[in-house]
Design a protein around this ligand. Sequence first.
Ligand SMILES: Cc1cc2nc3c(=O)[nH]c(=O)nc-3n(C[C@H](O)[C@H](O)[C@H](O)COP(=O)(O)O)c2cc1C
Length: 164
Amino acid sequence: MADTYERILRLRAIRDFTDEPLAAEHLDAILEAARWTGSSKNLQDWAFVVVRDPAQKRRLSSCGDFTTPLRAAPATIALVQEPGGYEFDTGRVAQNLMLAADAIGVASCPITLHREDDAARVLELPEGHRCRYAIALGYPAAASGPARFGGRKPIDELVHDERY
Ligand SMILES: Cc1cc2nc3c(=O)[nH]c(=O)nc-3n(C[C@H](O)[C@H](O)[C@H](O)COP(=O)(O)O)c2cc1C
């Protein structure tokens, strides 16, 4: 319990990875955590595209503006939202996946694919499916640090009592 709480608090986006491929059992465990995420009406309107091929990583990375971690990572999971799916659910999947990865020693970084239409083409998504986010995954490089932006707003700026 305490461990889970600590891990939630210290989860950071990691952008530097070793060259080591992501172990199949780690990838499977991360995908299993994603699969078990709760969704609105339990619709599970999502799909996951695992991207490991360097050429495909390059193509996908060209769909966003800050995608260096995607190119650096041995594997990336593109989060596909099926027609009728909710962004909130996609966000829950992303966070579950990142926390599960962290729990087994895998670092991660969310990636925005700003040019969604390009991403849909690269991933050969069926009509109406979209992909705006992906999670880069790998083993953290020794010198990898988070904190490109760092810090958080103080609690009293965020929390309101009864009304805003
Ligand atoms: C929805 C979302 C999209 C993000 N997109 C990118 C991205 O495209 N490239 C990147 O390097 N980091 C991206 N990040 C990581 C954020 O920059 C990072 O989470 C934030 O600066 C806070 O840092 P921390 O997670 O290490 O505490 C994204 C994070 C979120 C939640």
